[in-house]
Write a protein that binds this ligand. Structure first.
Ligand SMILES: *Cc1c(COP(=O)(O)O)cnc(C)c1O
Length: 374
């Protein structure tokens, strides 16, 4: 029996091979590698898809976050509030810029930043909040935006895992994840919901002034050729990656739908077992299921993972360590007692294969195998 991986990019590629290959070939034929036509067209099409004024492409999602913080003029010592339960990139750039990461605990259902904890963490040095739209659905943006307005803070949305998700306002208005805060940051890492075939990322904003700053920063702070108005970095999306993304963008909604259908299948089976808590779905957002993550109750996670592996099924723990306990972040001296929810979550979570190519046969095999372990 064939091995079931966490992500299947190969079968996805075979279906769009013609468009991808042609796009890449065009870039090579035109030796249009850096700041090429494909990059501009992709940025425009993504801006249209997201209904946002500016898309600024860059080299990866981590850089997008860094460029956002540089462009917003954050200074060493400024405090940035973010979540304890996310990929390291979110806090890494905060520390790298000598800002102070202020890590707060999450909501046990959504695994995302709890607005109440955010407000409690605000001091006179707080400058920004970085909500992470974790695993494919949106954080509580209206609550976060009203806190930001009250205290005059920037909001940098980390939407690396939720591109294409719709945030649904209480009044029914809908906006794409990443276009609500001051700036949105995303990643096109291959396994993300909109992934290229290497590294890639982008910033989104409706603010003209910020957009021009971000555009300069990603290109050595250069506005006019060889005149550098600010300190920047070298962080560009290359044209070959843009060509791949151009081929994939028209499929994004269908890709997200396929993920949701797979999640529905999982839910329908697993909801009958008290040992498995299925992913909570918020009403303020659609779910694009970057990950399908269960919470295991009274199950030995390591044994289950071994069992699945023996039967040819991948599984993974996103994330095994809370940010506040990471070796590199211990110097920020947070107390372990302040993070009861994340400390518990890291012990319980287990993610199952989630991608666009899951069919009923595969899902049946996965769910039956998990159930047979119980
Ligand atoms: C993937 C990811 C990033 C970083 O993106 P890269 O393109 O790998 O640098 C940042 N934040 C979150 C939540 C992510 O999942």
């Amino acid at each position: 029996m064939s091995f079931i991986p966490m992500v299947d990019l190969q079968n996805q590629y075979f279906k769009i091979k013609r468009d991808v290959d042609a796009g890449i070939q065009t870039v090579i034929n035109n030796t249009d590698f850096i700041k090429g036509k494909a990059v501009n067209i992709f940025s425009e099409q993504l801006a249209e898809y997201l209904n946002v004024k500016h898309v600024i492409p860059c080299a990866n999602g981590t850089d997008a976050l860094q460029v956002a913080m540089m462009g917003l003029g954050l200074e060493p010592g400024d405090e940035v509030i973010t979540t304890d339960f996310t990929f390291i990139a979110t806090v890494e750039v905060i520390a790298l810029l000598r800002l102070k990461p202020v890590i707060v605990d999450v909501d046990p259902n959504t695994f995302m930043i709890d607005p109440e904890n955010v407000e409690k963490a605000i001091t006179s040095r707080t400058k920004a909040i970085v909500p992470v739209h974790l695993f494919g659905q949106c954080a509580q943006m209206e609550e976060i935006m009203s806190i930001a307005e009250k205290y005059n803070l920037f909001v940098i949305e980390d939407t690396a895992q939720a591109i294409g998700a719709d945030y649904i306002y209480k009044n029914g208005m809908v906006r794409k994840a990443g276009t609500i805060g001051t700036v949105g940051c995303t990643s096109f890492f291959p396994s993300k919901n909109l992934g290229c075939y290497g590294d890639g990322g982008a910033l989104f904003t409706n603010d003209d002034f910020l957009a021009s700053k971000f555009n300069a920063i990603v290109n050595h702070g250069m506005v006019k050729r060889y005149y550098h108005e600010m300190i920047g970095v070298n962080s560009r999306l290359d044209s070959i990656q843009a060509a791949v993304l151009l081929a994939k963008l028209p499929h994004l909604d269908n890709y997200n739908k396929a993920r949701k259908n797979a999640a529905d299948y999982y839910d329908n089976v697993f909801r009958n077992y008290s040992e498995l808590i299925t992913p909570y779905r918020v009403n303020n957002s659609t779910h694009t299921f970057h990950q399908y993550t269960l919470r295991l109750q009274n199950i030995d996670r390591k044994q289950l993972m071994e069992y699945l592996k023996d039967k040819g099924i991948a599984s993974a723990v996103y994330y095994p360590v809370p940010l506040h306990s990471q070796e590199a972040f211990k110097r920020f001296k947070s107390s372990d007692d302040d993070f009861p929810v994340t400390n518990q979550l890291v012990k319980e979570v287990l993610s199952l294969p989630m991608h666009t190519e899951l069919n009923e046969d595969i899902l049946k095999r996965i769910t039956e195998t998990v159930i047979s372990f119980l």
